[in-house]
Design a protein around this ligand. Structure first.
Ligand SMILES: Cc1cc2nc3c(=O)[nH]c(=O)nc-3n(C[C@H](O)[C@H](O)[C@H](O)COP(=O)(O)OP(=O)(O)OC[C@H]3O[C@@H](n4cnc5c(N)ncnc54)[C@H](O)[C@@H]3O)c2cc1C
Length: 321
């Protein structure tokens, strides 16, 4: 089977490395400049990241920049509430992605050619799968700054599910950013901070698990919405979706069977994202008290713990409901 991959971000670099090491005929494309600074907070769970990186011969420890001791949550009616970090850290994402593909020949350009299987790993742009009507994106803007108002990891949620502001330490500097459906809120929250670099892009918060496949194209990562709707965590979920796709490709040579198994596995693994997305939309529509919100409470805890935060939903229950 010949495989072409569009996009060498979190999911694409991991997938091409897995396939290359297993002996598949694979070609991967990405048009971004080699010195491109990835717009992202670079926060992840070091334990879960180590698990996946081990599979491709990477020692994740070498990339860690700062570890969370106390993670502060506030905003949307909540006072500042600290939760212990349980693996949350920042890491050198630019170096990691470069290193993953350092022994593979990739194409610095747009996707081209014909393949038995084409993989859309182009993130928010869905360059092969195309756009869909039920998509939901937020704007983001992020500063790399020498100063921050908090030394540890800090999240401040905006009212009515309109996104959040973050400060993440990077060992000598900070990522300070905001994601929101309202650009004004983003500008307001970043006022007074200085920047040595400014980045940003749209982020997809809608799970698109009904739109993962079209003809011989299959999506991984943010192109299919593997981003937690409450934390914006997308690095590991996207890598995990790539691992799921790799296993299916390795096991099933029939395209229809491969696509069916992959879609089932993704829906099962990321089922809690559907509940979190419903919670987000309920907040945005002023429906704070509803049965589906109560059902989503366990999914909030799950998403926070996956991100590396020892989160207790009871501490914030009254602010959710
Ligand atoms: C400001 C911001 C902060 C974030 N902070 C965090 C965080 O702290 N922790 C976390 O876990 N997640 C975070 N996320 C989310 C996370 O970065 C993404 O969800 C994750 O990178 C998705 O991985 P991916 O491989 O699907 O897409 P990406 O990593 O975005 O990779 C997509 C790649 O496709 C390429 N591409 C685009 N168009 C084409 C094309 N036509 N042909 C070929 N290639 C193409 C792009 O150049 C890019 O390299 C953040 C996102 C944003 C925007």
């Amino acid at each position: 089977m010949t495989i072409g991959i569009a996009g060498l971000g979190a999911a694409g670099t991991y997938l091409v490395k897995r396939l290359h090491d297993a002996g598949f005929d694979v070609r991967a494309f990405d048009p971004k400049r080699p010195d491109h600074y990835i717009p992202c907070g670079y926060a992840t769970n070091e334990f879960r990241a180590s698990h996946f990186m081990k599979k491709i011969g990477i020692d994740f420890e070498d990339y860690i920049l700062a570890r969370a001791k106390n993670v502060i949550f506030t905003g949307s009616g909540m006072p500042e509430i600290p939760f212990p970090g349980r693996g949350l850290c920042t890491f050198d994402r630019n170096k990691l992605q470069r290193d993953i593909i350092s022994d593979i020949s990739t194409v610095n350009g747009h996707f081209s050619g014909n393949y038995d299987l084409a993989v859309d790993a182009s993130g928010v742009s869905r360059s092969l799968l195309g756009s869909v009507r039920n998509d939901f994106l937020m704007y983001t803007k992020e500063y790399v700054s020498k100063e921050s108002k908090h030394d540890d990891f800090y999240f401040r949620y905006f009212e009515e599910g309109r996104g959040y502001f973050w400060e993440f330490p990077l060992n000598g500097s900070y990522h300070i950013g905001a994601g929101s459906s309202d650009p004004e809120i983003i500008s307001e929250s970043l006022r007074g901070y200085s920047a040595i670099r400014i980045t940003g892009r749209a982020i997809r918060l809608s799970p698109l698990f009904k739109d993962m496949v079209r003809e011989n194209i299959m999506g991984v990562g943010e192109s299919i919405g593997t981003v937690s709707p409450v934390t914006g965590e997308g690095i590991l979920p996207s890598i995990e979706s790539a691992e799921i796709l790799f296993r299916c490709i390795d096991k099933y040579s029939d395209l229809e069977e491969l696509q069916a198994k992959y879609q089932n596995s993704i829906r099962k693994r990321f089922d809690h994202y559907q509940k979190l997305y419903a919670l987000l939309q309920n907040f945005r529509n002023g429906r704070r008290i509803s049965l589906s919100n109560a059902v989503a409470v366990r999914s909030v805890s799950k998403a926070m713990r996956e991100f590396g935060i020892d989160f207790s939903v009871w501490k914030i229950m009254r602010y959710i409901l």
